[in-house]
Design a binder for this molecule. Sequence first.
Ligand SMILES: Cc1cc2nc3c(=O)[nH]c(=O)nc-3n(C[C@H](O)[C@H](O)[C@H](O)COP(=O)(O)OP(=O)(O)OC[C@H]3O[C@@H](n4cnc5c(N)ncnc54)[C@H](O)[C@@H]3O)c2cc1C
Length: 439
Amino acid sequence: MNSGNSLPVGIIGAGPVGLAAAAHLAMRNQPFIMFEAGDTIAANVLSWKHIKVFSPWKYNIDKAARQLLAGENWQSPPDEELPTGKELYTLYFKPLAELPSIKPNLHIESRVLSIGRKNLDKMKTEGRHELPFVIQVLHHSEITSYEVKAVIDASGTWNSPNPIGAGGVYAEGEIENRNKIFYGIPDILNHHRDRYKNKSIVVVGSGHSAINAILELDKLKAVYPETEIHWILRKKKIRDIYGGQEKDALEARGALGIKIEQLVTQDRVNVYTPFQVQRIMNDNDKMTIIGNQYDEKFALNDIDEIISNTGSRPDFSFLREIRLNIDPALESTAELADLIDPNIHSCGTVRPHGEKELRHPDKDFYIVGSKSYGRAPTFLMATGYEQVRSIVAAIDGDVESALKVELDLPETGVCSTDLDSGCCGSSATKVNITTACCG
Ligand SMILES: Cc1cc2nc3c(=O)[nH]c(=O)nc-3n(C[C@H](O)[C@H](O)[C@H](O)COP(=O)(O)OP(=O)(O)OC[C@H]3O[C@@H](n4cnc5c(N)ncnc54)[C@H](O)[C@@H]3O)c2cc1C
């Protein structure tokens, strides 16, 4: 791309990584335009505003953003403290988005509907790379087209949750019972307390979101003792869920594993594993969840509510006119798949990667942030900040800086116990391996 091209760069999504991209572009005086579908920036993070993250501030603030904010009388939050989603918003994302170098370029309530090359459909090749992209955006009921020289898609995956059914498809009755299923992390102790108190609740899923939900339900049960907590997992071994615990370089992430193990061993949560959900029936407002445990049919009766934390998947619907290179299994950007594929390793440590690994066949088009990981759940904001630093350097013609990628990520303290090719033996994960799994 000609870095002198006067068209702006288009950013899709004003989440943590989209905002970091804006900061890097602002630092390099590159024009940009940013579209956010929500009625505020960082809309997805705000949907779990009551949750404390497990990485401290020092990992959560992008370097260019920090530099821009430092010039504006901004008070940097303490490096080692853990913010909630709301604190991330009020103390970092909001002041960043309000900077004079960012705010005028930000379009809220502006959903990107489609992107293509100007006057050239996906099948046509000749002259393709010289043409600008056209981004179609829905703002209220009006559709406007914008021309841009490059696209950074940071739209995340949070808005496309996976269904509950085994095999990644909807369980029979899942859609019909939609009003009793919460996809995401409800505010169990405050906003949604009446929905869950003294109810029988099933949490489906095995990641940090599920663990957070169960820990909050346990606190609710302490006040409303008739609350019943059931936990459905597809995994065979519950041990795999507990993570690195004391070995985790992020203490708070390790603590989640320690706390959930305590709850399970003290029988404060009923665990069903491995459980493949097939069907959800509803009789007089009480649900029965039918599935398989090994080869046996199993039914869980008298359930009032389901909280689904089975992960999420990228939405490619508005990229139909873009030539993409996507891994067929993970739906990540293809080059990243070997670095993050849980089938290959599970250390949660990712080799530094940047513009080169994030390219697609359509030149000057990039997917970044959690969406670049596809369905893999291990994304950390710090990874996205390095991705966009490298991409923006490339857009600015600074090849040397684009190629020099550095990422300092805290270890999870886990290598899979099931996989022979753990991270230590794999050439794919050479960075910052510490004692936890290799020592
Ligand atoms: C409970 C929880 C705890 C976490 N803890 C940590 C932690 O401790 N440390 C850490 O590093 N990470 C943590 N994460 C992960 C981290 O929050 C996410 O990875 C991060 O939000 C990803 O940022 P993103 O910018 O890629 O996507 P998102 O935050 O999902 O932002 C995407 C944005 O794009 C917008 N958008 C979507 N579609 C469109 C469209 N078509 N047009 C315009 N805009 C669109 C969305 O509204 C949203 O604002 C946690 C996540 C959760 C859920």
